[in-house]
Ligand binder design. Sequence first.
Ligand SMILES: [Zn+2]
Length: 284
Amino acid sequence: MPELPEVEALTAFLRKNAVGSAVTRVDLAAVQAIKTFDPPLSALGGLELTGVARHGKFLDLDVSGLHLVVHLARAGWLHWRTGLPSAPPKPGKGPLAVRVHLDDGNGFDLTEQGTRKGLAIHVVRSPAEVPGIARLGPDALAVDRDTFLALMAGRSGQLKGALTDQTLLAGIGNAYSDEILHAARLSPFKMADRLSDDEALRLYDAMRATLTGALERQVGQRAATMKGEKRSGLQVHARTGLPCPVCGDAVREVSFADTSLQYCPTCQTGGKPLADRRLSKLLR
Ligand SMILES: [Zn+2]
């Protein structure tokens, strides 16, 4: 799932390659991806792309005052295309959701792999009209230390849930929360409001270092290679059973109904494996 560093890098890529071009046409291939109907997608045709912004994990294309806002969800991506075919795509076939044509002959596809569709596209007059954006907490890359400490102190819940709650802090998802907690040497199940001052500061510093490090690796990459770059920088996320790069212990996993987290017991939980509720249910 694209998170803050990937969406920020896409934003930078589009600023460089697409801003200043006019949108000639938008093809809709997956009807369920469009969440708004007024203004219609066709209203973007003929207007200049004047800016690109990021709100948490949302990508916001300013098309002369109308906003094409995209949430890439779990398996969505933006593919930059040079020399797009002019024939409209066949609807409902393959991963293509929306194709945006620009007046220089280039453009981009918004795609989504898999059968669980979560990609969401909004055409609005202001990004704040998108409910997910209106509810966002402060941006994880912009939040200052004191605000972050106050947010954690006021949160009664586990760190994993706190870091990924977009209304508390915007931009962090499943992958980077695993990475941040590993860098901070904190258990994903530790309660946010029980952090010592030292632990909370460690968490803040780890969040900044993890996100800025990922961003530096991603910016300048072509949109097509960004996801590979994300994977190569990960220490524990999606690395179950592989050695922790810091201590060599095997990375462990906790599974939930539709997601999982990874962590290093030696670095994060004093060597103790965390209870995996799904696994213990199966063994009972
Ligand atoms: Zn470790």
